[in-house]
Ligand binder design. Structure first.
Ligand code: ZN
Length: 309
């Protein structure tokens, strides 16, 4: 079996400012942590290419795409929302991040890799069809899902989002699409304060109270997700992998540890083993404590590498 690891140096060029938590240092922390582990050799490193316009149009309308094109400055920064800034290298990085997700789906569905992790930024799960917010421009995981469904012809794709913030953008895009089952755990009440109530059946929202321990978190998501995932029988499992529910994260108040990310990964790979021929594509979302992020990603990757064909 092979785990593909998507990474590109141009992800580092998108920089929202010295005080911004969604910084290039996040990826540097992950890459340098991996260099000290045996994992680095076990992964199949892949340099992604930019997503095409046609692929972006599977999720985002042309008016939104051209609005972003026009907003990108040639120098300095422009804000798309109070937390989210564009600078000259932003859209190149965003197209590479989205492209990596689409190419990871291609690799996994063609059998070139068993599963894949995309170590990219900017992240994607807050980006709605026509709205950039929460550090996100293009919705990477929704683009991966649409590519698997529309291009490869899959009929059932699961999205598991364990970032501490609710993936409002992904919900906005996939709600009501019966080909997708989205399971999302998030601190509540909390940012982004939307898409929590009155949702169609294909969205399983699992709100978690501030201060919740890893043990209680595991029990809650297992009860909420496992049976529905088994019933759904996904042909591909996609993951919005945010590591900001870690107890050290400066942006949130859940109490997860690296071992909980390994537990989540083992749950995900066991669903994939039973229903989707082990096929998992996971993409980086949040995670703002550098060491906790690197440890969480490593635990996640160890789980992805550990599966047997
Ligand atoms: Zn987050």
């Amino acid at each position: 079996m092979t785990t593909a690891f998507f990474y590109h140096d141009d992800f580092l060029k998108h920089d929202m400012g010295p005080e911004h938590p969604e910084s290039p240092e996040r990826l540097n922390a992950i890459i340098s942590y991996l260099a000290d582990t045996e994992l680095e050799q076990q992964l199949d490193w892949v340099r992604p290419e930019e997503i095409t316009r046609d692929q972006l149009l599977q999720v985002h309308p042309e008016t939104y795409l051209s609005q972003l094109d026009m907003m990108q400055p040639t120098r300095g920064r422009v804000f798309t929302d109070p937390d989210t800034a564009m600078m000259p290298h932003t859209l190149r990085a965003a197209r590479l991040a989205a492209g990596a997700n689409v190419q990871a789906v291609d690799m996994v569905l063609s059998g070139q890799a068993t599963n894949a992790f995309v170590a990219a930024r900017p992240p994607g799960h807050h980006a709605e069809r026509g709205k950039s917010m929460g550090f996100c421009f293009y919705n990477n995981i929704a683009l991966a899902a649409r590519h698997a469904l529309n291009f490869h012809g899959l009929e059932r794709v699961a999205i598991i989002d364990f970032d501490v913030h609710q993936g409002n953008g992904t919900v906005d895009i996939v709600q009501g699409d019966e080909r997708v089952l989205m399971c999302s755990s998030f601190q509540h009440p909390f940012y982004p304060h939307s898409h929590v109530y009155r949702l169609p059946e294909n969205i399983i929202n699992t709100p978690i109270a501030a201060g919740t321990s890893g043990t209680d978190y595991r029990r809650t998501v297992e009860e909420a997700w496992l049976h529905r995932l088994e019933e759904f029988e996904p042909q591909l499992v996609l993951v919005s992998a945010g590591f900001d529910a870690h107890k050290s994260d400066p942006l949130a108040e859940l109490q997860l540890e690296a071992a909980d990310y390994r537990w989540l990964t083992d749950m995900i790979t066991s669903i994939a083993r039973d229903y989707s021929d082990n096929r998992v594509v996971s993409t980086l979302e949040g995670g703002y404590h550098l060491k906790a992020l690197a440890e969480g990603v490593t635990a996640h990757l160890e789980g992805l590498v550990a599966i047997e064909d």
